[in-house]
Design a protein around this ligand. Structure first.
Ligand code: ADP
Ligand code: ADP
Ligand code: ZN
Length: 217
């Protein structure tokens, strides 16, 4: 049974954390446009050079750039049994482009899982977020600390704080979410794909809620 999923939610809602657990459980890839863009920035590819300014200021990268990324990525063979889109779509234009590209590929979405967390908690989560340089796994200095200080528990990689996880940029990103991404909740509701859940509680509790949704229980 294919599992074509979107995780929708504001920065810090736990999309990346939950996507990584879905990858392990269902053997489907996580498609994080944020991760793909950060790796392009690191490699200083033409796309990365174009994206960097938008990302540093907390703005969205232009739709055509991220739509192109996802269109190519969905054609890779590891997507045959499904995928978890994490951080895409983020605008109505991206959602429309996704719909068209999936139709062209003869595929459909199964669920859009919308995770909600209130703003104070989002700010706490983002300020304490640490990310593995090597494998991308996320940690939190208080809520999900690594067992060994500053080392990834999965791969031993070094942990770092993202440039855009600083207070000023973070506030801008939350505003951008409200203005440009939150309308997708109504969009997917009208497509009868929306499944909402509270993003508070332990990481495992939230994962169980998502599993119940995607397994139709
Ligand atoms: P978070 O996990 O905090 O929501 P992401 O890693 O998803 O952040 O995204 C980081 C940045 O990358 C965004 O602020 C934006 O500049 C860019 N980005 C990621 N995904 C998209 C997208 N779908 N559309 C436009 N910009 C994107
Ligand atoms: P997103 O991808 O939506 O931006 P992340 O998955 O990176 O969010 O999570 C943001 C931060 O919050 C990370 O530091 C992560 O460890 C932490 N986090 C994730 N889920 C929870 C949770 N249920 N409770 C507390 N902290 C969490
Ligand atoms: Zn790691």
């Amino acid at each position: 049974m294919p599992m074509n999923l979107i995780l929708l939610g504001p920065p810090g809602a736990g999309k990346g954390t939950q996507a990584k657990k879905l990858v392990k459980r269902y053997s489907i890839p996580q498609i994080s446009t944020g991760d793909i863009l950060r790796s392009a920035v690191k490699d200083q590819s033409p796309m990365g050079i174009k994206a960097k300014g938008f990302m540093d200021s907390g703005a969205l990268v232009p739709d055509e750039v991220v739509v192109g990324i996802v269109d190519e990525r969905l054609d890779k063979s590891d997507c045959v049994n499904g995928f978890v889109l994490d951080g895409f779509p983020r605008t109505v234009a991206q959602a429309n482009a996704l719909k068209a590209m999936l139709a062209a590929k003869g595929r459909t979405l199964d669920h859009v899982v919308s995770i909600s967390v209130d703003k104070d908690e989002l700010l706490e989560r983002i300020t304490g977020r640490r990310t593995c340089k090597a494998c991308g796994k996320g940690y939190h200095v208080l809520f999900d600390p690594p067992r060994l200080a500053d080392k990834c528990g999965e791969c031993g990689g070094e942990l770092f704080q993202r440039d855009d996880d600083r207070e000023d940029t973070m506030v801008k990103r939350l505003d951008v979410y409200d203005e440009q991404t939150a309308p997708l909740i109504a969009y997917y509701e009208s497509e009868s794909l929306l499944r909402s859940l509270p993003g508070t509680g332990s990481i495992d509790d939230i994962f169980q809620r998502i599993v119940s949704i995607v397994e139709g229980k």
